[in-house]
Design a protein around this ligand. Structure first.
Ligand code: PLP
Length: 474
């Protein structure tokens, strides 16, 4: 399988060649040159374990790792031990249990990994793939990132203790919850470096950009990233759409709908690809919070990324995104994979502008992709958390609540709706207390992690200070 850039200006490459990089050299995103068609394999795949299903699906996309090795990587990634942070009554061997709230309305629990958010599903695989590929090539990588919470911790837990990988993760000093800080800063692994920046998330992000734009420094210190545009992450996420489908149906001629809480369009992009591969997904429901850039597009055909200053700070913070970094992948498919059109559209976006497909041929094709959308506010979130707790006895986190709220607006009689649960409530305890007047439960092993010794260096929002730390540790 070869990968091409959405902007058409990169040589086709195989999986391992694009795994460690970020953007394609022409500024586009990599996608497989075609989507494998699997509609006639669904019966055979139904009932496979998660690791085996992951192997079957990923081997269609990863053709430059010998199958026996890829199978070992999948088996080692998707273990009940790694995804053991289930709520009581669930079986960790399922990896992603499906919980029925009422007939035809389900939650697919994706947050049973070590950092209690769905990003572990893909990031844990990436950790094992990185280690494998770096070892084969005799290379090392220094991952540099900025986080406001979920991504950084998922990356650190995936890369901790891995050979040939170091992680330098910047976070805004004092802006994450005590639980999130403890999750990251209590890691004592020698290859993990937490850097708290005196400033906001955007200051940390700017430093990452500045370091990555210094080509000399980047090459010398082998700086890499694991941000949400990484194709390996999208590929890993395709698997659980299949798993959710098999759990919610009895036969492979049934259709389902998925609802996906969205920020960067990464998670739902994987759903779009699963659908393009022939998984019978009738509807993909996209849910945003107050940052409704994507909802606006699917309602009006206008894509208008917001300035960072316009981004709302919300109680579902992992969706506080003003520019959806994976959206270009979907638009590439929508415009018939015409890279010239994508280049034109993103010339506007990259210059801080917007584009409109309204009234044109591509907007007319949108319904073929099955995506509908809606948005959710803080008040909706509180009401939904309360309602789901009272009605079904299930505690859901703020992002999942946005999903449930919008899913309810798009239910169709006879079509099972599967809402992707993207985090456990304990990560967003403050809002849970506001909604329910009680604390979310936390896994026993994580009791008191706030009291463990922490390892973090605090710096000013200055590029030189961060570079200095990297130089010192490499
Ligand atoms: C990252 C994240 C999202 C958004 O996922 P995208 O792939 O960026 O659309 C939603 N919920 C939680 C809890 C997250 O961590």
């Amino acid at each position: 399988m070869n990968y091409v850039s959405t902007r058409g200006g990169a040589e086709p490459q195989e999986f391992c060649d694009i795994l460690l990089g970020g953007l394609a050299p022409d500024g586009g995103l990599y996608l497989p040159e075609s989507y494998p068609q699997v509609a006639d394999r669904l019966d055979e795949w139904r009932g496979l374990s998660y690791a085996e299903l992951a192997f079957r699906i990923l081997s269609l996309f990863i053709t430059d790792i010998p199958p026996a090795d890829l199978r070992v990587i999948c088996d080692k990634t998707y273990t009940a031990q790694t995804y053991r942070w289930c709520r009581p009554g669930r079986d960790a061997a399922d990896i992603v249990p499906l919980t029925m709230l009422e007939p035809g309305f389900h939650l697919l629990e994706l947050s049973n990994g070590p950092t209690l958010a769905f990003k572990d599903m893909a990031m844990q695989l990436l950790g094992n793939l990185f280690e494998y590929v770096l070892e084969k090539r005799g290379e090392t990588i220094n991952i540099l990132g900025a986080t406001s919470g979920d991504t950084g911790s998922a990356a650190e837990y995936a890369m901790r203790g891995k050979h040939n990988v170091r992680v330098f993760m910047l976070s805004p000093e004092g802006k994450m919850s005590a639980f999130q800080r403890a999750q990251m800063y209590s890691l004592q692994d020698e290859n993990i470096f937490n850097i708290a920046v005196r400033g906001m998330f955007d200051d940390a992000q700017d430093i990452v950009k500045a370091v990555s734009n210094d080509a000399g420094f980047k090459a010398k210190f082998k700086i890499g990233a694991v941000n949400s545009i990484n194709w390996g992450r999208v590929a890993a996420q395709i698997v659980y759409y299949f798993k959710g489908y098999f759990e919610a149906t009895r036969s492979s001629d049934e259709k389902v709908a998925f609802c996906v809480p969205s920020g960067n369009f990464g998670n739902i992009c994987a759903g779009h690809i699963a659908r393009m591969m022939g998984l019978p997904i009738e509807r993909l429901v996209l849910a945003t919070n107050e940052n409704d850039v994507l909802d606006e597009f699917f309602r009006t055909g206008v894509y208008r990324p917001r300035a960072t200053a316009e981004t709302h700070v919300t109680s579902s913070p992992s969706m506080d995104i003003s520019k959806a970094s994976n959206f270009e992948r979907f638009v590439f498919d929508l415009v018939g994979r015409d890279a010239t059109i994508v280049r034109q559209l993103w010339r506007e976006v990259d210059a801080g502008g917007s584009f409109s497909l309204a009234g044109g041929p591509f907007a007319a094709r949108l319904p073929d992709y099955g995506i509908v959308s809606g948005c959710s506010s803080h008040a909706d979130r509180l009401a939904t958390i309360r309602d789901v707790w009272q009605r079904y006895g299930q505690m859901i986190d703020t992002h999942t609540a946005d999903g449930v709220k919008v899913a309810r607006e798009h239910r169709v009689a006879g079509l099972p709706m599967i809402v992707l649960e993207t985090a456990q409530p304990v990560k967003f305890a403050e809002t849970i207390r506001e909604a329910l007047g009680r604390d979310p439960a936390r896994p026993a092993e994580l009791e008191g992690i706030e009291n463990l010794p922490q390892r973090v260096e605090v710096v000013d929002a200055a590029v030189a200070q961060v570079k200095d730390i990297i130089v010192r540790h490499c």
